[in-house]
Design a binder for this molecule. Structure first.
Ligand code: PEP
Length: 256
């Protein structure tokens, strides 16, 4: 089943707006819940409120990050055990955390293992920087990231593992990737995943595209043969935009 995930990042800035946005998304998402999986990732303080809006709808809830330990003296961190039961998904390794907070592949691998051990689904983000893209080294960079980030994973994790290919130069910039580049990189990711956890298991791992997806360009990504959905940032903050993304995705996968 395709996955359409909304990464709200550090938005909206108050609970009422978050609940309104969740209700707006839900009004369309609930009608497609049997054919596409929709997941909303609000900031931590809005998780409980949004979970009440989504309750019983089939629309999933996720966190934008988690720590790799379950409890203890880690000021400011939130453990997977704390969000287990509230969330079904968690994002790890988002490029904004890698760039602004120095998150490394080793940390991403530990977070992934910890989240999976708590029965959470993991959306692991990988993608090259603009410099890598310009230098033609995207393949090497993404291969190294996927190998390092999957270091603690096994075939048993495949059903709850999603890899989002997000070229960093395409995130929040309005410069979405050429679908051909996205396709080739997603094909490469699947090959690397197969090397890491076996070909059979790799087929179950879903691979998303992310990076300036909106209602106008979403079709060209979800139509790609290897694409299992999209991770959407800015456009998920506009209920109508995101509703349209859900409808287009449902339509494309309905014809597969
Ligand atoms: C993201 O935050 O994962 C993302 C893809 O952002 P945007 O859609 O704004 O590029």
């Amino acid at each position: 089943m395709p996955l359409v995930a909304a990464n709200w990042k550090m938005n909206p800035t108050n609970l009422d707006d978050a609940l309104d946005l969740a209700r707006g998304i839900l009004s369309v998402a609930r009608g497609h819940a049997s054919s596409i999986e929709v997941a909303i990732m609000p900031p931590f303080p809005w998780l409980v409120g949004v979970s009440e809006v989504l309750d019983g709808s089939g629309v999933k809830l996720g966190a934008q990050d988690c720590f790799w330990e379950m409890k203890g003296a880690y000021t400011g961190e939130v453990s997977p055990a704390m969000i287990q039961g509230l969330c079904q998904w968690v994002i790890v390794g988002h490029s904004e955390r890698r760039v602004y907070l120095g998150e490394t592949d080793e940390m991403v691998a530990k977070k992934t293992a910890a989240a999976l051990s708590c029965e959470l689904g993991v959306i692991m983000c990988v993608g090259e920087l603009a410099d890598h893209y310009d230098a033609g080294t995207s393949d090497q960079v993404v291969t190294a990231q996927v190998k390092a980030d999957l270091a603690n994973c096994s075939a048993d994790d495949s059903a709850r593992l999603v890899i989002a290919y997000e070229p960093v130069w395409a995130i929040g910039t309005g410069k979405s990737a050429d679908p051909e580049h996205a396709y080739k990189t997603m094909r490469l990711i699947r090959k690397v995943v197969a090397e890491m956890i076996g070909a059979g298991a790799a087929r179950k791992v879903r691979i998303l595209y992310g990076g300036s997806v909106n209602s106008k360009n979403v079709q060209q990504y979800v139509e790609l043969p290897l694409c299992d959905g999209v991770l959407v940032g800015s456009a998920s903050l506009d209920a109508e935009e995101f509703q349209h993304i859900i409808k287009v995705t449902a339509e494309v996968y309905g014809h597969r």
